[in-house]
Design a protein around this ligand. Structure first.
Ligand code: NAP
Length: 312
């Protein structure tokens, strides 16, 4: 018979790790399941200057390393496994992964969100050969080359700024004529001489011979198509896509109440299923940040403890 955990936490991003820390400190038997690597989206963030207490020195990976160490220090187990199926209905919840099935008295869903694709011909073919979704991971490959960043939100503009450390020229391609990003981030981008803008523009095709070296861009106002080719000397350029995120809720569909694909919770992180909580970017909320994810995780763990202590 497999161990019955007090709580199984699905996802080891800031929400899941924070839940793991609080559950561990409450002496709950705690298992965190992570399908890829700790950190979720934040593992790909170069600079975090808006998490209280962190300033220029903080990066996503350094913050996540400390969160992981802290959760483990208080007894949370971390297992790398992808959740394939869940049964959350009864007092004993079942979480089926690729190689094992786990049981728990309570579950905290903190599986986060994944990047939205640009959805144009050539994108899949050139992923890893010019197209990227992670500036921290791939920025250094574009030393002294030209790169394009798709999007106009905080992620796009922050990552464009980061890419100026490597690239010769960074062009933000945005479908409108103004950015969505916070004003403070916009100001930095407008002041950076390496950053250029292609407004009202959408990339319609990505092409090249082995590596990405040609883009077709449509001006959505004039409908004019422009083909942009890499400098002959460079032979290639990069495209970084930052146009939002999609919640990782596929396996929970029909199991907990959702709205537009995000999980609905009350302010205590309770879903509509007893003993099942959600925390972080995966739930319906107004601000998706590390600081709100960690707060969600803490609340979810405290509520899970109360639920388990009351006998479910
Ligand atoms: P976002 O705020 O949803 O912005 C997505 C951007 O991509 C928007 O500018 C949007 O254009 C554009 N876009 C969406 N779909 C597109 C498509 N199919 N083709 C072309 N462009 C498209 O996403 P995000 O920047 O990833 O941020 C997600 C959340 O994380 C936000 O709440 C953000 O504040 C937060 N975040 C915060 C920080 C920070 O504070 N340091 C850093 C990163 C992220 P429109 O503007 O026209 O809609």
């Amino acid at each position: 018979m497999s161990k019955l955990y007090d709580v199984v936490i699905i996802g080891a991003g800031p929400a899941g790790l924070s839940a793991g820390l609080y559950a561990g400190r409450a002496r709950m038997s705690t298992l965190i399941l992570e399908k890829a690597r700790e950190g979720g989206q934040i593992a790909q963030t170069a600079e975090i200057e808006n998490y209280p207490g962190s300033l220029e020195v903080e990066s996503g990976p350094t913050l996540i390393d400390r969160m992981t160490t802290q959760a483990k220090h208080f007894g949370a187990e971390l297992v790398y496994a992808a959740v394939e199926e869940v049964d959350l209905s009864g007092p004993v919840k079942t979480i089926k992964c690729t190689d094992a099935t786990y049981q728990a008295k309570s579950v905290i869903i903190a599986a986060g969100a994944k990047p939205v694709l640009a959805d144009c011909p050539g994108e899949k073919e050139f992923t890893g050969r010019g197209v990227s979704y992670c500036a921290t991971c791939d920025g250094a490959f574009f030393e002294e080359l030209e790169v394009f960043v798709i999007g106009g939100g905080d992620s796009a503009v922050e990552e464009a700024l980061f890419l100026t450390k490597f690239a010769r020229k960074v062009t933000i391609v945005h479908r409108r004529d103004e950015l969505r990003a916070a004003k403070s981030i916009q100001e930095k981008a407008f002041a950076n001489p390496k950053i250029h803008f292609l407004w009202d523009s959408v990339i319609r095709n990505m092409a090249g011979d082995g590596v990405l070296s040609e883009l077709t861009v449509e001006n959505v106002k004039t409908k004019e198509m422009t083909v942009i080719k890499a400098d002959e000397e460079d032979g290639m350029f990069g495209v970084f896509v930052f146009i939002g995120y999609k919640p990782e809720t596929e396996v929970f569909e029909g199991k907990v109440a959702m709205e537009n694909g995000y999980i609905l919770t009350d302010p205590d992180m309770k879903t509509d299923v007893p003993g099942v909580f959600a925390a972080g970017d995966i739930r319906v909320k107004s601000l998706r940040q590390v600081v709100t994810a960690t707060a969600d995780g803490a609340i979810a763990a405290v509520q899970a403890e109360k639920y388990v202590d009351c006998g479910g």
